[in-house]
Design a protein around this ligand. Structure first.
Ligand code: NCD
Length: 397
């Protein structure tokens, strides 16, 4: 068994594990979406807003770059990545961290039969944080246990950030999704006035700001989409949420029982559908949706059997056509972690100019959210405040 020495720890529930990934409200590692509590979400989103604002001016951007100029990051990405890799790199640059990468394990000593855990410990000798993406679900988590053991023995350890683990978890994607939603659910206009919310209230009297009292619809590869698992878990902490999961009728792609049970325990109302055209209580699901989260079918995880079934399957029920988009509420953000599949076209380009399409903004928000996470992990929030004070106080965002 892979990571046998951590077997018992890996088998525990997320809730049991998460206390080990933080110390007094301070994240030591970010491994799963359940660590994003309402408190840490507020804190990280606030940091992201402030870093975003300070990055606008040359003087304050330069000051930001001094915050972590004495730190180095290792980007260990042994699975394809564009956005996560580049936005982490950009986030490091914003805060002055230097970074290096290993993307192909064949270029490291793993070819000399070095164990994965030895490789990680070596990285921790030269770098101050390891940001890692791997096809192995438990790898990042096992690495955080290795680091915690070293920490307990008062040896050198570094934070581990999970940048995508197998089909399991992708907590920093959840963080940027949440950051994007938090900004959307303020219902502000560009000037930051409250007028837009007041206007929307006249047509949607039940509308509230924030994540609670909302209907979230997730569409596509629910079973294997790690971003869905991390995001749904984080959102389940808010009051009175309904979640619709729309997926092809292939066992591996549908909502798995573990996530369903976990959401049910948090009192989320969960419903499953096989098309975006489904009705719920007499009205279309789309017309009741406050946030639509689209995903691609993760073909890289297909078994030969899945491949055959999907090959024959009509995937148009999982496509956000302009006609379907017209059923969404006027304010409903459309999210997608990207990449979108250019053949399946779960979101055709025709949707890109729709003001509710958030996916490009979401990708840019990834940079701010990841910079916020690094600033938090390295504990530089106070220094950030000093930069703000020197730049004539805080402005509104
Ligand atoms: C996602 C991933 O890697 O899980 N991409 C990303 O990080 N933005 C989604 C995907 O690959 O479909």
């Amino acid at each position: 068994m892979e990571f046998a020495q951590y077997h018992d720890r890996l088998q525990r529930t997320a809730a049991e594990k998460n206390s080990e990934f933080a110390d007094n409200g301070q994240l030591l590692h970010l491994i799963n979406g359940g660590q994003l509590t309402p408190n840490s979400i507020d804190l990280l989103c606030d940091l992201a807003d402030r870093i975003r604002l300070l990055s606008r001016e040359k003087a304050t951007a330069a000051a930001l770059q001094t915050l972590l100029s004495h730190r180095r990051a290792m980007l260990y990405f042994t699975q394809p990545s564009t956005r996560t890799f580049l936005s982490f790199m950009a986030a490091c640059q914003i805060l002055g961290l230097t970074c290096n990468e290993v993307r192909d394990p064949k270029t490291s000593s793993e070819v000399k039969r070095e164990s994965r855990m030895d490789a990680i410990r070596m990285f921790s000798s030269y770098f101050d944080v390891i940001i890692m993406r791997s096809p192995l679900s438990s790898f990042a988590e096992a690495c955080s246990y290795l680091m915690n053991d070293l920490r307990r023995e008062e040896r050198r350890w570094v934070p581990i950030i999970n940048a995508g683990s197998g089909s399991d978890e992708h907590p920093t994607q959840a963080l940027l999704d949440i950051y994007t939603l938090k900004r959307s659910f303020r219902f502000q206009d560009r000037e930051g006035s409250g007028q837009r919310f007041a206007d929307l209230k006249t047509r949607h009297p039940d509308l509230t700001k924030g994540f609670a009292h909302k209907t979230y619809t997730f569409c596509g590869d629910i079973g294997r989409g790690r971003t869905v698992r991390s995001l749904a878990t984080a959102l389940s902490q808010y009051e009175n949420t309904t979640m619709h999961f729309v997926a092809p009728d292939v066992a591996a792609l549908r909502l798995d029982s573990q996530l369903r049970d976990q959401l049910a325990k948090r009192n989320v109302s969960v419903f499953e559908h096989e098309t975006l055209d489904s009705d719920f209580q007499g009205r279309s699901v789309l017309s009741q949706t406050d946030c639509l989260y689209m995903t691609r079918i993760q073909r890289e995880h297909n078994s030969a059997d899945d491949e055959n079934r999907l090959e024959e399957m009509d995937l148009s029920p999982f496509q956000l056509t302009p006609e379907r988009a017209s059923k969404l509420k006027e304010y409903t953000p459309i999210l997608h972690p990207f990449p979108r599949d250019s053949q399946v076209q779960e979101i055709p380009e025709a949707i890109d100019l729709d003001p509710r399409a958030m996916y490009f903004r979401q990708a840019r928000n990834g940079m701010w959210a990841r910079a916020a996470l690094l600033a938090h992990i390295f504990g530089v929030a106070e220094e950030l405040e000093e930069i703000e004070t020197h730049s004539h106080g805080r402005k509104t965002i």
